[in-house]
Design a binder for this molecule. Structure first.
Ligand SMILES: Cc1cc2nc3c(=O)[nH]c(=O)nc-3n(C[C@H](O)[C@H](O)[C@H](O)COP(=O)(O)OP(=O)(O)OC[C@H]3O[C@@H](n4cnc5c(N)ncnc54)[C@H](O)[C@@H]3O)c2cc1C
Length: 320
């Protein structure tokens, strides 16, 4: 099995993730989307806006135009979780064909913790040094002994496909794993999350670095709308509708109106005298005097006009 290649990101004690090949990037997403929306966006800022629009509205197929191929080496118990992501193409090291190597995962003492009582699938709390040593010794003992028996059976000519079955799941395996950006982001969303097991998180975080480099706008949009975005159920919306004071909603709407005005002005600068009418046209309530004060304060943020208008629509729906 491979040692850690120079261009790989080391993961756990003996594993790695290495980007072998990538096809496309943010440009491929935009190119594919233009087929559905027609020609037009040429500027980088417009490309970013389009990618953000696609992500916001879950128009996902353009993200499938970007492909990533990784060479990864991980313990078998991590591969068991990884392989649940069904849209990838995989080719794995075969223990029917090749002999296993004496490469087992031994957890770093700082990652040896108690079973969490809060999260049934997690770990928590500090374990004593003596218990940590015991865990490390047991990992070592079972790995050494099983490998000894495996080697003995191998030397006696027993079929490798059978002999391998006595090896534990902390044995390292390796594979080539290819997936498209849409499904890779989905993988990272689930496996870099704090609820995922630490050992797979390490690999997911390593792959995320490649995504960030190759498709930075898509990565940013995924973080903004999926990872850090919030969705409200029908019941939750009902509660907000009932309890959010109209005064608070109006304050936020007013703030958005300022942001839309400033964003429109940034996209296509206006004469000073046209600014207040523009703000009014967008639904602003302030007097011209108040408008001037706020406008000159330098506190107004600039955003994406379409996104701000969508937010406005959502907020208006909360008004009784
Ligand atoms: C924290 C955590 C805990 C978990 N715990 C368990 C557990 O206790 N037991 C267990 O068995 N699994 C567990 N899993 C695995 C989990 O149930 C999923 O199998 C895994 O995360 C893959 O998700 P996926 O199906 O969305 O991904 P993928 O297989 O990559 O699929 C991506 C998307 O493609 C679509 N898709 C793919 N195949 C089909 C299909 N056949 N039909 C319809 N749509 C499809 C779906 O929209 C899917 O979301 C856990 C996962 C996580 C992250």
């Amino acid at each position: 099995m491979s040692n850690i290649p120079q261009d790989a990101i080391k993961c756990l004690d003996k594993g790695f993730v290495r980007l072998v090949d990538a096809m496309g990037g943010d440009n491929a997403i935009v190119q594919a989307a233009r087929v559905s929306y027609g020609k037009g966006t040429a500027k980088v800022s417009q490309d970013r806006g389009l990618i953000r629009y696609l992500m916001r509205h879950r128009h996902t197929t353009p993200f499938e135009m970007v492909e990533f191929k990784f060479h990864c080496k991980m313990p078998i118990f991590v591969a068991r979780q990884w392989v649940r992501h069904r849209t990838a193409n995989i080719n794995e090291y075969s223990l029917r064909y090749s002999e296993a190597r004496d490469e087992f995962y031994f957890p770093d003492p700082e990652n040896i913790q108690f079973q969490s009582s809060l999260n049934k699938q997690g770990r928590l709390g500090q374990v004593s040094e003596s218990l940590k040593s015991k865990v490390t010794d047991y990992f070592k003992e079972i790995s050494d002994r099983s490998f000894e028996l495996y080697s003995e059976l191998n030397e006696a000519g027993v079929a490798r496909e059978l002999a391998r079955a006595i090896l534990p799941v902390n044995l390292y395996t390796e594979w080539y794993w290819k997936n498209d950006l849409h499904n890779l982001l989905h993988f990272i969303g689930l496996r870099s999350d704090s609820h995922a097991q630490y050992e797979i998180r390490v690999f997911s975080d390593a792959m995320a670095k490649s995504v960030k480099k190759i498709a930075p706008f898509a990565w940013e949009a995924y973080q903004d709308y999926v990872v850090r975005g919030l969705r409200f159920s029908r019941v939750e919306q009902g509660l907000l509708e009932q309890n959010l004071p109209t005064r608070v909603i109006d304050d936020v709407l007013e703030d958005i109106t300022y942001q839309i005005t400033a964003s429109l002005n940034e996209n296509k600068p206006r004469n000073d005298s046209d600014l207040f009418p523009l703000y009014k046209k967008e639904g602003g309530y302030d007097t011209e005097e108040d408008f001037r004060l706020k406008w000159n304060s330098g506190e107004i943020e600039v955003g994406n006009v379409r996104e701000l208008r969508e937010f406005k629509e959502k907020l208006i729906s909360f008004k009784k």
